[in-house]
Design a protein around this ligand. Sequence first.
Ligand SMILES: [Zn+2]
Length: 388
Amino acid sequence: MISACPICQSSNPKPVFRLGHMPVLCNQLWPDVETARAAPSGDVDLVGCTTCAFIWNRQFDPERMVYESGYENALHHSPKFRAFASDLTHHLIERHDLAGKHVVEIGCGDGHILDLMVKHGAATATGYDPSMAGRESQFTAREGVRIIPEYFASRKLDGGFDAIICRHVLEHLDEPQTLLTQIRHAIGDRDVVVYFEVPNAGWMLDGVSMWDVIYEHVGYWSAPALTTAFVRAGFEPVNVSTGYSEQFLMIEARPAKIRQRDFVATGTDKIKTLSNQFAASAQEEMIAWRARLGSQAGKTVIWGAGSKGITFANAMGTVHSTLDALIDLNPRKKGLFVPGVGLEVRPPQDLRLLAPDHILIANALYRDEIADQVRAMGLSPSFATLTG
Ligand SMILES: [Zn+2]
């Protein structure tokens, strides 16, 4: 049980939202129905800090998280994400003068961002990610790009780095302050820019996007909590913003001269209010979806075998038998099975065979590109998005 706030150590957090019996590793797919249904599960019990507004799953058990080969989280199969990644890396190189410099990425996945950083001007880009052990990547072909398939540790920083990038890692850590403090220590007296990106909990709370709640995420970050964490670790935020249609929260920071250990950012009240309203709204929506799926005739598939689609399928509980499959563009997910409910992941070309009556789109951001693709196949199902 994580009872004190991992950012500011305040005790007595307020309950926010509960979701029982969820897959421990949402993005770990399985080779057959039986192993998928027997996949480890755990409870999500979100609570919010009354001081810094950080939200975390107090039932989270870090011992259960092992990110191995088979963990699949790549988004680069979507054109929308590719455009975002290209703009982001271009911006980082320009704004922080990183042309000809050395970049380190923590949790680099298959190296998509490393490749783009070098493409846009960095001399070298080295990434750490244990899930890449024994795996090939299409993104390491470019000279200067290197993936080390291990967990990152700050002692591995040899000193010759000019920027640190870390996308969608902090939310997986039960002790995020430790990583931030270690990085700050490794930077020492130099001027190194750090860029961190996490799912935007402010957006999730505001839009009641409860399908973004997964066991893998111990922390749910809003701008005030993120700012608080960085300042307390000895950084000076230079830009805190949202991107990817507000779904991502980003911070660019530089080392501060003085570490403010008691700092609390402004803007926590709004997050606390949204947190208080979240549970009731989420519950209402869950009941409405169960009723809809239970009464809906015909075949239904979910487009998007990522966190949102998998959480939704599992949260539907007993009515999930009305779901037929999950569709995903990522060829590495094809033919594998979703943890918990045990539904198969099929590629888009299988839609002709499946001929679904309804397609539930996990991420509303992709609605247009998906609808175009499906209609081009000569199919005319109904479309709905899971949120928004
Ligand atoms: Zn706190």
